[in-house]
Design a protein around this ligand. Structure first.
Ligand SMILES: [Zn+2]
Length: 98
């Protein structure tokens, strides 16, 4: 992902979205400006849950889980991870357990 420039305050930053689940169950990735905290844009929407930062950025959680389970376990324990993403990571780990 390339940097974004905020239309509200002009701040340039790397987009780190938070995950939103809509009423139909689809996932959307919302980016807010870290400078002024206003909504900037939606990133890719729909499809399977994805990681949107780190070494596996842009890949589906379940695909990364097959190759690098330790990373998913580690990420799911980090306090800075978006709550919704953490819930997705935890449920992916639980599903693959059984
Ligand atoms: Zn801004």
């Amino acid at each position: 992902m390339s940097d974004l420039t905020c239309q509200h305050c002009g701040h340039t930053f790397e987009p780190i979205p938070s995950v939103r689940e809509f009423r139909d169950g689809s996932l959307h990735y919302q980016v807010n400006c870290p400078g002024c905290n206003q909504f900037c844009k939606w990133l890719s929407q729909g499809g399977p849950p994805k990681l949107y930062y780190g070494k596996h950025k842009g890949r589906a959680i379940k695909d990364v889980l097959k190759e690098d389970r330790r990373y998913i376990e580690w990420l799911s324990r980090q306090s800075w991870v978006d709550a919704k993403l953490r819930a997705l990571l935890v449920s992916a780990l639980q599903e693959s357990d059984g």
